[in-house]
Design a protein around this ligand. Structure first.
Ligand SMILES: O=c1ccn([C@@H]2O[C@H](COP(=O)(O)OP(=O)(O)O[C@H]3O[C@H](CS(=O)(=O)O)[C@@H](O)[C@H](O)[C@H]3O)[C@@H](O)[C@H]2O)c(=O)[nH]1
Length: 482
């Protein structure tokens, strides 16, 4: 990688047994990069030695306890390696477990009694450094987060730091942890980031598509009964002028009828990467009998979950900048600091939304009710629909109740998207499994706004306006200046 600097740093990993260090060669240019391990001191070697110790423990302590819809509630007993009923998941690998949705999910599953391992390259933190942005909330290192969780609850979350695009690393995590389910959040998830320049577009698709392919190969090779729960996006469908079904549509054409994958019309290189993932997963379910659930998630808002609010060191990240911040969270921060709400274009663009507390609930439901071998399920994961103008109105009213003077402006739309359109996506499958939605209420908006007000001194208002244009993307690597 031409832009890779040979800066070395050390990441400390706490295992349940003893801490050890992973020396890293880290790309710190403006170019996106994953963390690359030095050949002489690879994490692979270290993880193997740690894993051998754990594997001995598994033989003595691991478990085959049955799981209810609520998830297992008892600690392990018996040998995990002789697991006879793989459809009863207990061991969940959360890839991307240091990120916004991943962190909340990892804690939630651990709290529900699952044995959880986080696999993460920490590259999301590196993006912040590269772009000069930061979470509204101060976030602690993954090591402090996990130590804090352990001291509060007595529960250990295992940690594997590395890049899933490195198949050797991923293989070792599979062999050591032996997951029954893998929740895959470990992708570059920002549409604007993928539209900064050619290098970020290529990075996004390479990272996301190859990472998911590696997960599929790892399941096939090492853990064929493991259920893949993959974070897709509602943006895969685009905004067609007909109802959006959950993954599949039955079509009669020239007198013949078939149920086919719902047409995809993604509108950023990021959203397209998820379409490519879905195709690869669908194919491997057919070809290899992989069991998979694609969670086509809408735009997530909120920050607190039952677990993250147990201690300030467990606090989740909260992005408000023009690259990683999402609509409602951004509007709350904008209202808190007196910045006009940034409605792109006409504001009639309508999207599917959900509270982060429902993200963790949906993932848990998908794990507790796994897909069958060879089945490629698609769930539309959201609870409500709003246009951007609806959101601006809601935040304005909620802000006024708190004494804030909230204004909106129409910003020339940096994206290429329909600004007025039909939008009626179905979302019944997760409700049928038991989802109890948190609806966007006045009290939730009130608490989100108060949250934003609490941290408003940390806001860098220069990061609020959008800086990435879908039309102006070029091949030249864009350097982010201070
Ligand atoms: O200040 C803003 C920010 C956004 N928007 C508009 O709000 C809509 C949603 O944008 P967003 O930035 O909130 O979300 P998006 O880029 O679509 O991506 C986010 O939501 C996706 C779900 S969905 O939108 O595809 O359903 C996830 O896949 C992504 O990981 C997550 O970053 C867009 O029409 C955008 O033009 C504004 O009008 N003003």
């Amino acid at each position: 990688m031409a832009h890779l600097l040979s800066t070395s740093c050390s990441i400390k990993v706490s295992s349940g047994c003893r801490p050890y260090s992973l020396p890293l060669k880290q790309g710190l240019s403006t170019f996106p990069t994953s963390l690359t391990f030095q050949a002489s001191e690879s994490p692979f070697t270290r993880l193997v030695s740690r894993g051998e110790k754990h594997q001995r423990n598994y033989t003595v302590h691991a478990t085959t306890l049955p799981v209810s819809k609520e998830g297992p509630t008892q600690p392990s007993s018996g040998s995990h390696q002789t697991l006879k009923e793989p459809s009863k998941p207990q061991r969940v690998m959360v890839i991307g477990g240091d990120g916004y949705c991943g962190w909340a999910t990892a804690l939630h599953l651990s709290n529900k009694g699952y044995e959880v391992a986080i696999v993460d390259s920490l590259v999301r933190r590196l993006f912040d450094h590269q772009l000069g942005i930061d979470s509204l909330t101060p976030i602690h290192s993954i090591h402090n987060r996990l130590r804090c969780w352990k001291s509060l609850t007595g529960k250990t979350i295992e940690l594997f730091i590395g890049d899933i695009c490195d198949f050797e690393f991923l293989s070792e995590t599979f062999k050591l942890f032996e997951p029954d389910a893998v929740v895959h959040f470990g992708e570059q998830r920002s549409a604007p980031y993928s539209m900064i320049d050619r290098s970020r577009a290529v990075y996004t698709q390479q990272n996301n598509v190859i990472g998911t392919l590696n997960v599929l190969f790892a399941i096939k090779e090492f853990r064929e009964q493991c259920h893949l729960v993959k974070l897709g996006t509602m943006g895969e469908y685009g905004t067609p002028n007909i109802d959006i079904e959950e993954g599949y549509i039955t079509i009669t054409h020239n007198g013949r009828t078939d149920t086919l994958p719902y047409p995809k019309q993604a509108s950023s290189f990021y959203h397209l990467s998820k379409v490519h993932d879905s195709n690869n997963i669908a194919f491997t379910c057919k070809a290899w009998g992989i069991r998979a659930t694609d969670l086509n998630q809408g735009v997530v808002y909120g920050v607190r979950t039952d677990e993250t609010e147990m201690h300030e060191e467990l606090c989740n990240r909260f992005d408000y900048d023009g690259v990683f911040g999402t609509a409602l969270n951004r509007f709350c921060v904008q209202a808190a600091v007196g910045h006009p709400l940034t409605v792109y274009g006409k504001g009639g663009q309508t999207r599917a939304f959900l509270d982060i507390r429902d993200t963790v609930q949906c993932v848990e439901l998908a794990i507790a009710n796994p897909a069958q071998p060879g089945e490629f399920r698609v769930f539309n994961q959201f609870t409500e629909r709003f246009s951007i103008n609806d959101l601006a109105t809601l935040v304005t009213k909620a802000g006024e109740k708190l004494g804030l003077n909230v204004q909106s402006i129409s910003v020339p739309n940096p994206r290429v998207e329909a600004e007025e359109h039909y939008y009626n996506p179905k979302h019944t499958k997760l409700v049928e499994l038991g989802l109890k939605p948190h609806i966007l209420s006045d009290s939730l908006l009130d608490s989100l706004l108060n949250f934003a007000i609490k941290y408003k001194d940390r806001v860098d208002t220069k990061q609020i306006m959008p800086s990435v244009s879908w039309r102006k993307i070029g091949v030249k690597t864009r350097t982010i200046t201070a």
